[in-house]
Design a protein around this ligand. Structure first.
Ligand code: GLC
Length: 534
């Protein structure tokens, strides 16, 4: 264990979905100047870094995850001068800035793809994954796009199919071609030279496909109503060995820069497969995103088992630092999934576990998914496969700042509807309420900052005792014990009176510094953090 810790180990990351954070020019879409205007809010919240979802020129088929120019800013968001101003301001405030980096695919409007599809003889033809159809003209194999339908798109002009793991407007780059790797590393260099502190690397497990392109086998566990892509076990289209060489090259480049730049990988994989993303033969990601809190049943036994499984998988490799995520722009809101009361318990869990937490914008005020009427649907996934609940608009509705028109998000017409609760659930109201969700987030973040045991301490044994989840943290003579009541009934927990615990924080924000005798009483949906010094 190193004696000093990098900022991305000690710190807390906050995800900004820029279209929905703050609009400054009345077009109903958030932008960079909007983020700039809200920096004070983020400083007061106490986070250490912002990660901004893509802000690059894009036809917006997948709202910025289809990039047509990697080294510029989409005019909807601002321009490069504005970006430089934002970086300077973020750093002046003592924060870090992480950009989204999308290496798996470009937009079909990117000049590289336009060239590639112009002719089979074009020098950029091999920059994408082109294949002949089968003898009967059907696609090269049975692979299914993440957003539904075949993952192969027929191109009439050149008489071949191209591969797209996501939309047909997002053709996959061919990372087996060294020129592609080189061009994409140059993109990283461009932004690192401009002062960004790292990248969140998109859809990395999709980066490379098996060369033989065999059919993927069917998944016997798939049920009607689930995502169509899950009908197949993505044996040959996901998580290929060669991906780690590409990640190692990204890491080697990043390590050439000073100032602890960070690489975070988005790989939605089981824990055992995820571990390889820390690096196999050479260093990989500092933080391969761990999405398992989102996917695990909200039940103390299941969560305790998850924590222990993750901790023991990590312990096999010295340089593996943990991280935890409760929500993002792709997943239903945590307050919708577990309910508003348990969302407070979830916040306490996220901010007391060992490992870097990432907070999704709006979770700190307990936003829930917004109902999107069919005529306002924006997400292409919902449009492609409607009615399965896969659409991501509900968790992308605009940030609720105050009770003025459109919640202070925009003076124009918002690109997605606001939550209908914004008059009540908003930053301004919660900033005044000492027991609000926002107050809880601020208190938890401040506590994590104050207590080395929470930010960098070791983790000891998560267990479920009835409806209560407990675990301990330890650092330099200081012990922390976390006890979370997952039920809507009061519970009690035996504690050893000789240990002399004191309550540091309750999710109800109404008791602190009380001593704990032999029984700890927890109210319905209450979590507490206890502390003691040896
Ligand atoms: C990632 C992003 C998601 C996007 C997809 C394709 O999973 O988080 O929003 O649609 O990649 O880029």
């Amino acid at each position: 264990m190193p004696s000093t810790f990098a900022w991305w180990q000690r710190g807390i990351i906050y995800q900004i979905y820029p279209r929905s954070f703050q609009d400054s020019n009345r077009d109903g879409i958030g932008d960079l100047d909007g983020i700039l205007a809200r920096l004070d809010y983020l400083v007061e919240l106490g986070i250490d870094a912002i990660w901004i979802s893509p802000i690059f020129p894009s036809p917006m088929a997948d709202f910025g995850y289809d990039i047509s120019d990697y080294t510029a800013i989409d005019p909807q968001f601002g321009n490069l001068a504005g970006f430089d101003r934002l970086v300077a301001a973020v750093h002046r405030h003592g924060l870090k800035i992480i950009l989204d980096y999308v290496p798996n695919h470009t937009s079909d409007q990117h000049p590289w793809f336009r060239a590639s599809r112009s002719s089979r003889r074009d020098p950029k033809r091999d920059w994408y994954v082109w294949r002949d159809g089968k003898a009967d003209g059907s696609p090269p194999n049975n692979w299914i796009s993440e957003f539904g339908g075949s993952a192969w798109q027929w191109d009439e002009a050149t008489g071949q199919y191209y591969y797209h793991a996501f939309l047909k407007e997002q053709p996959d780059l061919n990372w087996r071609n060294p020129q592609v790797a080189e061009a994409m590393l140059a993109v990283m260099r461009f932004w690192l030279d401009r002062g960004v502190d790292g990248f969140r690397v998109d859809a990395i497990h999709h980066l490379i496909e098996a060369e033989h392109l065999r059919d993927n086998p069917p998944d016997p566990d798939w049920r009607q109503g689930q995502s169509p892509a899950r009908r197949l076990i993505r044996l040959y289209s996901l998580d290929q060995e060669e991906t780690h060489d590409a990640i190692a090259a990204m890491r080697a480049l990043t390590d050439r820069y000073d100032g602890e730049r960070v690489l975070i990988g988005e790989a939605n994989l089981p824990i055992d497969q995820l571990m390889a993303y820390y690096g196999t033969h050479s260093p990989g990601f500092h933080l391969p995103f761990n999405f398992h809190l989102i996917k695990t049943r909200w039940e103390p036994g299941a969560i305790a088992a998850l924590i222990e499984e993750y901790e023991s998988a990590l312990s096999a490799g010295a340089a593996r630092w943990p991280n935890w995520v409760l929500g993002n722009h792709d997943r239903p809101r945590v307050a919708t999934r577990v309910g508003r009361e348990q969302a407070r318990v979830a916040a306490m869990l996220l901010l007391t576990l060992r490992g870097t937490p990432t907070i999704y914008q709006g979770d700190e005020i307990g936003l829930v998914d917004t109902k999107i009427p069919p005529w306002r649907v924006q997400d292409p996934w919902e449009k492609n496969v409607p009615g399965l609940g896969l659409g991501r608009d509900p968790q992308r509705s605009p940030m609720q700042w105050d009770d003025s028109r459109n919640a202070g998000f925009t003076c124009g017409a918002p690109w997605l509807p606001l939550g209908d609760d914004y008059a009540r659930v908003n930053v301004a109201a919660q900033a005044k309420d000492p027991r609000s969700m926002l107050a809880l987030y601020r208190a938890l973040i401040a506590l994590r900052r104050r207590e080395g045991a929470l930010s960098v301490g070791i983790h000891l044994r998560a267990i479920a005792v009835g409806s209560i989840l407990t675990f301990r943290r330890f650092h330099k003579g200081r012990w922390i014990k976390v006890a979370l009541n997952f039920s809507a009934q009061p519970q009690q927990l035996d504690v050893d009176p000789s240990e002399r615990w004191r309550i540091l924080l309750s999710t109800e924000l109404d008791r602190s510094n009380d001593g704990v005798a032999s029984l700890l009483h927890l109210r319905a949906n209450e979590g507490v953090v206890l502390g003691r010094t040896t």
